[in-house]
Design a protein around this ligand. Structure first.
Ligand code: UDP
Length: 239
């Protein structure tokens, strides 16, 4: 039941790559189905769960800009990429009979709902999974910042970043075998050591609003539910 959950309302940040599987590009329906199952288990346990998906598996503004596009235009393309990912995730959730809504920061009225804060809160209270698409709606931002912003707006207990490893390390544990893993960190430690968790703007926003940032692995099936119950390994950044 909900009273047993450590996190009763949370925002899950999924990077675009998380949807691509081995391909690293595009959307792998099997992988999306697996992520949808994690989310659906969390919702069934009574957690009010919302999701921000990235778009890096399809398009990144910085990559477009590096190849000569105007940065703002490239960023809008990146935001549109997140809408595709959000639709894929919402579709996979319906296949599992889990009700969800996509709310886009860029109005796209024939495709999905537009982001309106009270509407998002209403869906959450009704037990629907809310998927925030199109990032913050502004160029020069990232979906990490969008995730932190929406988590604060929704009054979430934490913003949870899903990765392939069980927390934050001093260096990439896949390439640096003696990298140190942290159980807990402060925002200033993350910023000062330039630890690659979320971009600086997202960490600063979390710090200023005292929002805990949790980093855990979504690679093991069932780990999101374990995290909700306080049983998963994770790094917590908190005041
Ligand atoms: N983006 C943006 N504003 C936002 C969120 C995202 O302009 O508020 C653009 C930006 O170009 C970014 C792309 O959308 O590169 C995809 O998002 P992101 O790189 O954060 O996705 P992830 O790395 O999580 O897959």
């Amino acid at each position: 039941t909900q009273s047993e959950l450590k996190y009763k309302r949370l925002l899950l940040k999924l990077s675009g790559e998380a949807l691509a599987g081995d391909g690293a590009y595009g959307i792998d329906p099997e992988v999306v189905g697996r992520l949808a199952k994690e989310i659906s288990e969390a919702a069934a346990a009574g957690c009010q769960i919302s999701v921000v998906v990235g778009g890096g598996n399809i398009f990144r503004g910085l990559q477009g800009a590096a190849r000569g596009m105007e940065r703002a235009t490239a960023d809008y393309m990146g935001m549109l990429a997140t809408v595709m990912n959000a639709l894929a995730l919402s579709g996979a959730l319906s296949q599992l009979k889990t009700s969800s809504r996509v709310l886009s920061a860029i109005p796209m009225t024939t495709v999905c709902e537009s982001y309106v804060r009270p509407k998002a809160l209403h869906h959450l209270r009704k037990g629907r999974v809310v998927i925030f698409a199109a990032g913050t709606g502004n160029p020069f931002f990232t979906t990490d910042t969008a995730a932190t912003l929406r988590a604060i707006e929704m009054g979430c207990d934490a913003v949870v970043k899903a990765t392939q490893v069980d927390g934050i390390y001093s260096a990439d544990p896949k390439t640096t075998p003696d990298a140190v893993r942290y159980d807990a960190l402060s925002y200033s430690e993350v910023l000062a050591r330039d630890l690659k968790v979320m971009d600086g703007a997202a960490i600063a926003l979390a710090r200023d609003n005292r929002l805990p940032v949790v980093v855990f692995s979504i690679a093991e099936p069932g780990n999101l539910l374990k995290l909700l119950k306080g049983e998963a390994r994770a790094t917590v950044i908190q005041p």
